[in-house]
Design a protein. Sequence first.
Lengths: 288, 361
Amino acid sequence: MIYGDRNLSVIVQNITGRQGTFHTELMNAYAREVGGRGVVAGVAPGKGGREVHGVPVYNTVKEALREHDATASVVFVPGAHACDSIMEAAHAGIELAVAITEHIPVHDVMLAIAYAKLHDCTVIGPNCPGLLSPGECKLGIMPAHLATRGNVGVVSRSGTLTYEVVDELTRAGIGQSTVVGIGGDPVIGQTFVDALARFEDDPHTKAVVVIGEVGGNLEEEGVRSTDLPVVTYIAGVSAPPEKRMGHAGAIIEGGEGDARSKVRRLAALGIPVASRPSEIPELIREVL
Amino acid sequence: MKLLEYEAKRVFSGYGIPVPKGVLIRGPEEVTAHLPELGDGVVLKAQVDVGGRGKAGGVLFADDAAAVRTARELFSREIKGVPVREILVEERLPIEHEYYVSIAVDRSSRQPAVLFADAGGVEIENKALADESAVRKVVVSPLLRDIPPFLMRELLGGAPKELAPVINSLYHVFQEKDAMLAEINPLVTTPRGVYAADAKLIVDDNALARQGIAVNRDLSEREREAEKHGFSYVELDGSIGVIGNGAGLTMSTLDLIEYYRGRAANFLDVGGGADQERVMHAVRLVASMPEVAVIVVNLLGGITRCDEVAKGIIAAGVAPTVIVRMAGTNEEEGRRLLAESGYRMLESMDAAVKAAMEVVS
């Protein structure tokens, strides 16, 4: 596992929102199943003193951390306030902030990441499904029932496409050490390079699936940086130039980030590239 | 969203960046009244959102006597298929030297990156690709309000110091206008000082509201309609409609269609929480494109309620064949509902796309 194990103790920011409430219960159901600590507190300004599915709510992260020894936060705060919440978490001493929120202005994200770095806080996301280490911990919104414990890491810019790949792996009998969605935005806290470095330090991870998208060249930077066996899949090879396919990160920039040339460059590095998700398990077997 | 040149120049000018004297005209005769203030000889620039505008014939020079005729000529043109409705008429600058400067979001360092080159002009991108040393780059911490002098010196190298305040002002534009890209190409020196001869500004789509931009012009009418429902939607030119949840999975579905040598008609990401109402709107929207013969619905996720999705598809009641692949809660109920109404639900995205191919071939 990377980023944390079953002892990870978590707070949820905007726990009283629809998503926050719903996923707090799912995260804690998973924690109960695997014997983990899960979500110990929630934050919602002005709503301190309440409870959400038995989890106490505080007005600020600082207050929550006075009563609980949490080190991680899952941020469900909507766009305009999300970055303030990441900075609040970092300032209060949270070491790992997982930002699920989408549609955050990119300048806010750059600021929040720079500020979090000053406070030694690692940011995953934004616009991500979070992370799941099967049998250990779940932070975020990934459907845990698709995953099974094993020795293949998965790192991805997508949400549901990650579930697709995890489902394919599980059906093929290939378990996962950690599945992490790093987010689809142009600026994200943890990049492929960062996640792959963690996988490399993880004794349970023997190979990694890198799921990329059209836009940027971070997939390539990532696979170049690691000695682990890697299999990649890049979504968006059929995307016409200059067309935006949902993720801000999927804008094709200056020829560098279009999926086809990305696939070509990865293949030139000798990295297996799956042409569709269902080919991934077979390619992983070959590198293991 | 991309701003047009004259809009970007208005913004730049508001930040103290000198721009050439100019007026926007919507008809050729309008140019006459402005000739005295613009001096002898003008530049006419079509205000169209296309790359390589100059090479495509979108920029013309004229002396005063030929200004109206040249404007008429430019209004009659299409620049890469885009009709010319507005022309920016500007004074001709006595250019001494051209430079290039741009500020963009650098994914790799997660900070703004400032790029500068000693030579500007239309060929800068090719030059930069051919010779990396032709363009200098510095990254600036987003925690800083200004480009610090040491970085500015590194950026400029031997270029004139008088460029520095203009570049710093451009950095303020970049920060305060939520820009994805702010570019001046060329940035020119003249005997009268430094000018932004051209201007490019792309505003972050996620920040349009706080920038006071109500309508995203980059979207077609149907794309705007889709945005109202919270969908990400792009029109393409094939006959297989696509609805998915999540950008990655939806793109992957499009790729799979291409893999099986089909052509997708669109990209539609319904976003999170695909309920009955949203699914119905999505199916109707895709079915409203005349070319669509079959629609592939590919939804995956722990919280997707398959019975809700099924009801949405059935409620849409559209003519094209709808093929469904979904996984989530209440899967069996969803399958039963679809089967009752004669819809097919398949186990994998490969199977769903293959089935769609059979319909169109």
